[in-house]
Design a protein around this ligand. Structure first.
Ligand code: HEM
Length: 260
């Protein structure tokens, strides 16, 4: 969103993150109790009431972040500048100035293409589904790379082929070139599926185009491996898992970063 939660408001930001985790545990709680499926029963239950309060807290923090950005109006010039840039992808991904998703949403609102409710939903989507999933997958990916140096070397080689000795930031084309890193991410997700359940069934053939998470993870892995050699501390065999709305390690995963 372009907003550093902990800088924006340390207390509220931390509360927000915790609330999202707790919300996930409520979802699992409800999923395991068929008698809580009807909304009327769930709303009357203790967890249902707690969820209502949590959603209020989450909503007010989200509104605060959105309103502050709207008031600042800073997104307007930035959006125009980006649109004037020729190499948009470079600008968006690695330029000095960044256009946050929230800026895009606010600009789209000005054009009358989305309303406040729509913005709220998009922000919730990115905050709820968009951060824990990739963060957990990245933890596991770093642990595996640290424990499999020969694979990590290949990732580094791929980065060198793409970037050479330059320290430039990746473009969209570079991300598409990261074929081996993509294999590593897919293998990580096979071993440690962040979202380990599927609650809906697909009734018709569907070509997936949804690639945001893959791009995000490629960027992080390439940025880290280009600069650091990952050395193992936590071993995969020692990881104990817990499964709430996503699959997580019970204890933190430790990896040592050594400057290349
Ligand atoms: C490693 C990363 C991720 C994994 C493994 C993952 C996995 C999944 C899976 C398996 C589902 C389907 C759940 C079901 O309905 O049964 C799902 C749904 C969804 N994910 Fe992700 N996801 C990831 C990252 C993200 C990110 C980064 C976003 C958004 C920024 C996102 C947004 C969504 C949304 C909005 C849905 C619901 C789509 C719908 O309504 O049909 N996910 N994800």
């Amino acid at each position: 969103m372009g907003t550093a939660l902990d800088k924006e408001a340390v207390d509220n930001g931390t509360k927000y993150k915790d609330a999202i985790h707790t919300l996930g545990s409520y979802l699992v709680h409800r999923g395991q109790r068929t008698w809580l499926y009807p909304t009327i029963f769930f709303n009357l239950s203790t967890v249902g009431r707690k969820q209502k309060t949590l959603l209020k807290e989450i909503g007010s923090f989200r509104d605060h972040v959105i309103n502050q950005r709207r008031k600042s109006g800073s997104y307007k010039n930035l959006y125009q500048e980006v649109m004037n840039e020729q190499e948009n992808d470079y600008y968006l991904l690695g330029g000095k100035k960044r256009l946050a998703m929230l800026d895009l949403l606010l600009e789209t609102e000005e054009q009358g293409k989305i309303d406040v409710e729509g913005i709220n939903e998009e922000v919730d989507t990115f905050m709820f589904e968009g951060h824990d999933t990739t963060a957990t997958a990245l933890q596991f990916a770093f642990m595996e790379l640290a424990n499999n140096p020969e694979i990590q070397d290949k990732v580094f080689e791929e980065c060198q082929q793409i970037f050479g000795t330059s320290g430039r930031k990746p473009t969209m084309n570079d991300l598409a070139e990261m074929k081996y890193i993509e294999c590593c991410i897919k293998e990580t997700l096979r071993l440690y599926p962040s979202v380990y359940f599927i609650i809906r069934s697909c009734k018709q053939e569907l070509q997936l185009s949804q690639k945001f998470a893959m791009m995000e993870m490629k960027m992080v892995i390439a940025a880290v491996v280009r600069e650091y050699r990952l050395l193992p501390i936590t071993k995969p065999k020692d990881v104990v898992f817990t499964a709430d709305i996503i699959l997580r390690p019970i204890d933190p995963i430790y990896v040592k970063f050594e400057k290349r």
